[in-house]
Design a protein around this ligand. Structure first.
Ligand code: AMP
Length: 402
């Protein structure tokens, strides 16, 4: 009897697992180590409740299962079960707050975990969840190196004039009260991509990047380093966002308290969850919904968009104080990449900078112009660069483990 010829077994694809762990959610992205291709994406929600679920997408196919009562471990196990033909090389974690402890990504060891714990008071909701994600991944993939990529690290190059608040200095020295900035991974990624699009060395490029999603921030990037940004000690500072107010007069807290009796916690929640586009419009935090409503005559939706665009434009002009020249303004995030009217409206406030958009290129989101949406005679290039935080985390992870 003849033995069958050996079957060709495709070698497992080497990959990096990227984890973004929230208190009751877990996002996982598995990217090919060779070219950064997305191989598997998963989202687990409502973890720790009877309604917990995990859903995934891989190779154009979607699936999902209920995980009643399941936590981070069960969710990550369910994702690992879908990785039959993949060979993970390392795990990269998004960690929200690295305080002044981390100015770059790091290979995780016990000392790093202690330092992330020391940053918990700065991000009491996020860092404990990120630590839970690291713990879970260490248990499930004990042989793999793990890397932490911090949202704040890119902004650790801010000069003191940009990061200090003008409050008594002891608050900085004793309590670490200062501006940290967030969305660093996104600003870093799009600034590198923008330099590539401009055909310039990132180390000799001067930009303002705008991450406009549900959370929004802008960043001045000089020669590849963040030199100022709009978010501060917490992500509520700066631009108008989906539900966050952005900058307000610090005197507001006292006034609202005196007039309404609301507590500090309630006012904090008001400024984080009920303000921004949602608060102004009274309708939604979602720019698409607001754009449609404004087009059909909803006055407060139009007002929310107007304030959003003006405050963005004004903040960008402020950030140029940190630069010697301005090579490009870079839009990213759900709104930045997709809303031509928001970009046009903000750009109308930048005439003093010599910015002129190309209407057709802006309307097409730069699709036929390699992301460029400025007119040829614009003094400053305007670009759209889709952000890809997972890819940036995967790259950082591979850089550190190789
Ligand atoms: P993100 O947090 O990056 O996913 O961005 C979410 C925001 O992007 C929401 O306000 C969405 O309404 C907005 N967005 C997504 N697509 C569009 C679009 N086509 N036009 C306007 N806003 C959009």
């Amino acid at each position: 009897m003849k033995t069958p010829p050996p079957q060709d077994v495709a070698p497992a694809t080497e990959c990096v697992v990227v984890i973004n762990c929230g208190s009751s959610s877990l996002k996982v992205a598995v990217l090919a180590a060779r070219d950064g291709r997305m191989l598997l994406k998963a989202l687990a929600e409502r973890l720790g409740t009877p309604d917990a679920t995990v859903a995934w997408e891989s190779g154009g196919e979607r699936g999902g299962i209920p995980l009643p009562g399941g936590g981070h471990r069960e969710a990550l196990q369910a994702v690992a079960d879908r990785m039959e033909n993949l060979r993970p090389l390392a795990v990269g974690h998004r960690v929200v707050h690295g305080g002044e402890e981390f100015s770059g990504s790091v290979l995780i060891d016990d000392k790093v975990l202690d330092a992330v714990r020391r940053c918990v008071p700065l991000a009491p909701l996020h860092n404990p969840a990120n630590l839970a994600g690291i713990q879970t991944a260490r248990e499930l993939f004990p042989a793999l190196p793990q890397v932490a990529v911090f949202d704040t690290a890119f902004h650790q190059t801010l000069p003191r004039a940009a990061y200090l608040y003008a409050v008594p200095y002891d608050f900085y020295a004793d309590l670490k009260v200062r501006r940290y900035g967030f969305h660093g991974t996104s600003h870093h990624y799009v600034s590198l991509e923008a330099a590539r699009l401009l055909g310039r060395d990132p180390g000799a490029t001067s930009l303002v990047t705008m991450h406009l999603g549900n959370g929004c921030s802008a960043c001045a990037v000089r020669d590849g380093r963040s030199v100022d940004c709009t978010m501060g000690m917490t992500p509520v500072e700066g631009l108008v966002m989906g539900t966050r107010s952005g900058d307000v007069d610090p005197g507001l807290h006292q006034y609202i308290h005196d007039r309404t009796g609301r507590s500090l916690d309630e006012i904090t929640s008001l400024l984080n969850s009920q303000s921004g586009l949602l608060g102004l419009s009274g309708l939604s935090n979602d720019m698409r919904t607001l754009a449609e409503a404004a087009a059909s005559g909803h006055g407060r939706a139009a007002l929310a968009i107007e304030v959003f665009c003006y405050r963005l434009a004004k903040a960008v002009c402020g950030l140029t104080a940190a630069l010697d020249r301005l090579d490009a303004l870079v839009f990213t995030g759900g709104i930045g990449e997709n809303s031509a009217p928001v970009r046009a409206r903000a750009a109308a406030h930048w005439r003093v900078l010599g910015v002129r958009l190309d209407e057709a290129a802006n309307a097409a989101h730069g699709a036929n112009t390699g992301g460029v949406i400025s007119a040829p005679d614009s003094r400053v290039a305007c670009l759209i660069v889709p952000t890809n935080e997972e890819l940036m985390i995967a790259r950082e992870t591979l850089r550190l483990v190789s």
